[in-house]
Design a protein around this ligand. Structure first.
Ligand code: HEM
Length: 220
């Protein structure tokens, strides 16, 4: 009996290591692919998909995976070093996101097009506002004395839960961006489905990681 539960645990850990590695690879390859399709610099618009992908698919995914006990690239580093890497990557993510949204907004101003008139534009705006608020929440965890309400453990749980929601919003925004006429016309149908799988894969891995670390554990 004990042997079979040992096997289960080993199997679960192996699956978590494989899925974590898949998330790293997916985040990286997807960002490189969007770079090659959008060719940043070719037009003003071309910066938008690339910067948003860099922000949400690469920096934000890596910022969260940094805490994965199974697949963090900084597993051997101290908790303090991983926290530092986390906020640095989140800062880079939010800076790229602000720049990316600023560029698409300005591009629409130049073309006289209406703003936030599609699901992608609306959910995208919500995502970036969420990411900004999430970062401010993160600062209060770095400097716990700033906020006296709730215990630190409770605030960490809130930060992880709302961070997960924000990350999933980012995945939805990426998917909606891929539904745009521009992207559908730029790639073939099989490639489109492969691209659409990318935020699904990273979203599932991040969801598993955060649930295991906070949500399930708190309830047991
Ligand atoms: C999480 C990532 C993303 C966020 C938060 C985001 C956010 C936004 C926002 C807020 C707008 C509207 C700007 C305005 O109306 O003034 C917009 C427009 C646009 N985005 Fe994104 N974007 C993301 C990723 C992408 C990706 C990956 C693509 C392409 C593959 C893309 C393609 C477009 C296009 C074509 C528009 C103009 C048409 C429209 O408003 O829907 N976006 N984006």
């Amino acid at each position: 009996m004990a042997q079979s539960s040992d096997m289960d645990t080993r199997l679960q850990r192996t699956l978590r290591v494989i899925s974590g590695a898949a998330a790293h690879l997916t985040a990286f390859i997807f960002t490189i692919y969007i770079f090659s399709v959008s060719q940043p610099g070719a037009t003003l618009f071309s910066w938008h998909p690339f910067l948003m992908c860099l922000a949400f698919s690469f920096f934000m995914t890596e910022a969260i995976l940094v805490f994965s006990p199974d697949s963090s690239l900084l597993r051997s580093f101290s908790r303090k070093a991983r926290v530092r890497a986390h906020w640095l990557l989140q800062l880079l993510s939010v800076l790229c996101a602000l720049l990316g949204v600023g560029i698409i907004y300005y591009n629409k101003v130049l073309q006289g097009k209406p703003h936030f008139s599609t699901w992608h534009g609306l959910v995208g705006l919500l995502t970036v506002v969420w990411a900004l608020i999430q970062n401010v929440g993160g600062i209060t965890l770095l400097y716990p004395k700033l906020v006296q309400r709730w215990t630190l453990a409770t605030r960490k749980l809130y930060h992880a839960t709302s961070g997960l929601l924000g990350y999933l919003l980012g995945c939805v925004s990426l998917l909606l961006g891929m539904c745009s006429l521009w992207f559908s016309a730029s790639v073939g149908s099989i490639t489109w489905y492969l691209c659409a799988l990318c935020p699904v894969i990273t979203g599932l891995v991040v969801m598993g990681q955060v649930s295991n670390a906070y949500l399930y554990r708190k309830r047991n």
